[in-house]
Design a protein around this ligand. Sequence first.
Ligand code: F6R
Ligand code: ZN
Length: 188
Amino acid sequence: APPLRPFSIRLDRSSLELLPAGPVLTRRLSDLEGLFADEAAWRADVDNGDPIVYTVASSPVPETATELPQSITRIRPGDVAGELYFTKGHMHPVAEGEIYLGLEGEGGLLLFDGTDIEFLEITPDRIGYIPPGWAHRSVNVGSNDDYSFLAVYPGGAGHDYGWVLEHGFGARVYAGAAGAELRSYPQP
Ligand code: F6R
Ligand code: ZN
């Protein structure tokens, strides 16, 4: 496909929609198989209504090399046996950076390079920087509200979800009495 012509996109501040809109992806709990620590609790919640965990609404910019796509992820509040709702998480196989801009709610950005763990707090108007070579997962750490953010990333970077199944994230995020708790686990 030829490169796009210049155009502008409107971010509707009340609905947090991108206009014009592109494809929307919906991830239910059943799409997150093998990712939550408590497998039995995950299965019970899948059988009991299989709730939507997050949506990803893209702009019309395609994921092709040299273009710069954007999307808005909205994560619902919730947990599986205390483990807060999150995105699947991925590594970009072509090592390139990415930015997230917080739009609503309280989020956490869990980053893992296979050795080191970082956890960034993302609230409205805060930008999280994801350097090349760091797998990233977003967590809704708010107890009642959606967490939404805008992602901007290189269209040729690709998305490797298998990396996460193999390496994990080095830590999990739980609802604690005094807010979200990051619990790291031993590395294999
Ligand atoms: C793109 C990016 C985000 C995520 C989105 C959903 O590179 O990091 O747009 O794709 O937050 O998370 P995943 O893709 O891990 O299901
Ligand atoms: Zn990414």
